[in-house]
Design a protein around this ligand. Sequence first.
Ligand SMILES: [Zn+2]
Length: 139
Amino acid sequence: MTISEKVAYLKGLAEGLDLDTTKSKEGKLISVMIGILEELAMSVEDLEENALNLGEEIDVLSDDLADVEEVVFDEDEDAEDYDDDWFEVECPTCGADIVVDDEALADGEVECPGCGTRYAMELTDDEDEESEDAEEPEE
Ligand SMILES: [Zn+2]
């Protein structure tokens, strides 16, 4: 039973008493009290509805903010880490993302941030094989 329904029930009870609400002081008192209760019930239900709507709007705003944070965070990360060319590979040992950037290529190896395993870069194999076939160096 909502507050409005309870007030309506109370109003029905009062009407069942056949109170004289114009000449009887008691009848007038009860009539005014029920009128106030009706207004209070409507106000409370409006407030409850507003509170629910606000909660839903906050949820939507919260989701939107999360999207914005994702974009801003990613852009900042790109600005800091982006270096002519870099890419990520998955660590075969632990599955963490390893960033391979110019520095790693220059060092010839990368270290997994997840498990610390070091991997040698062998990116020039294809070129070497081709040049070996063409030049056939003597020893
Ligand atoms: Zn790893």
